[in-house]
Design a protein around this ligand. Sequence first.
Ligand SMILES: CC(C)=CCC/C(C)=C/CC/C(C)=C/C=C/C(C)=C/C=C/C=C(C)/C=C/C=C(C)/C=C/C=C(C)/C=C/CC(C)(C)O
Ligand code: SAM
Length: 374
Amino acid sequence: MNSSSGNDFGLRGRWIAWRNRLLSSPRFQRFAVRFPLTRPIARTRARDLFDLVAGFTYSQTLAACVATGLLERLADGPQTTESVARQIDLPRAGAERLLRAARALGLVESLGAAWALGSAGAALLGNRGIAEMIAHHHLLYADLGDPVALLRRGGGGGALSGHWRYAESAGEGDGTDVAAYSALMAASQPLIAQQVLDAYPFRKHRRLLDVGGGEGAFLAAVAQRAPALELGLFDLPAVGARASARFDSAGISARTHVYGGSFLTDPLPPGYDAITLIRVLHDHDDAPALHVLRAVHAALPPGGKLVIAEPMAGTPGAKRSGDAYFGLYLLAMGSGRPRTPREIKAMLRAAGFAKSSLVATALPLTTRVIVGTR
Ligand SMILES: CC(C)=CCC/C(C)=C/CC/C(C)=C/C=C/C(C)=C/C=C/C=C(C)/C=C/C=C(C)/C=C/C=C(C)/C=C/CC(C)(C)O
Ligand SMILES: C[S@@+](CC[C@H](N)C(=O)[O-])C[C@H]1O[C@@H](n2cnc3c(N)ncnc32)[C@H](O)[C@@H]1O
């Protein structure tokens, strides 16, 4: 039996094989774009396919908007092309080319002879962390220059793994090595922290330990919502030092404790009735990820809670961000993978957690939350 015919995959396999023969037939495509009833569908499919083909040019238009500060300039009010060109230091023709491309993507819009911020541009300005993400994407795109080579060698070994020092050299990184990624994480934390805080009532706990807590941006947000909570942060020593400095300047060092160590080799401090892993688990391959969950389980008291927050695979309405974006991102980084909630819950069971549940968040595209009970 020929497997490409789909015959050995049951009814659904046969349907897929029939559909694909039809969709890939140039004759059917010619018919579908001409026939009035199928034309709208054909046009939408063609546009979707074009977006896949052209995606890099869209991303680079966005990168140019961020690098030149174009969107910030327009946030001050509409400007002429000449004024924009002067402010972002481009020749008039270059500025106009960028403005037109940005208009096509909804980042800016024209207002008579002037240019204003578009609705996508305005939304982007409301989330400063996204601009930081865009600015560091040149590392990702350098690694993805030859995606097949990257897939063949199993990931890593490029610009992005140099950025995330811990990814390929477990637990390593001095103060300078960790500064860039820690600052990126802190800048992109606000959107995540608010969602996690809305999803889970940390106030009901006495002591919270944020494992892989970076420079403490999440705990600083928790501190505001739960004034009575005692806070602990565990991260690599060089990152922990940055967190201590942040807690000092936020005036919350009296209620925080920073632990420097590696969760891959050191035990986690006991005495916390809640532990968080925010954007940590997906960084690690299955064996080290399970090791971290076991370490959390060992540190929690019976009934203690683990809150896992990160983007997950297979998210309804946001499937691309899981397996396509984070799948390739983490491949380039050289460690980890996005997991479905079902996979994470299975790992929690394997680590000894009695139960776990997925809790709704406002923007699952950016983060979902699973709460495990020891
Ligand atoms: C009044 C009128 C005219 C209309 C009203 C209609 C209406 C309600 C409109 C809504 C408009 C609005 C408020 C839109 C809001 C849009 C938002 C909130 C957009 C948010 C977008 C978020 C994005 C694009 C997030 C991107 C995140 C990225 C790329 C994250 C990357 C993370 C990385 C690389 C993490 C690395 C860490 C590691 C290594 C994986 O562990
Ligand atoms: C993607 S960042 C997330 C930071 C923070 N939770 C946030 O969401 O902004 C992952 C964090 O895990 C820390 N980390 C990585 N490997 C570690 C290890 N072996 N032991 C302790 N922390 C580690 C990194 O230093 C980094 O701060």
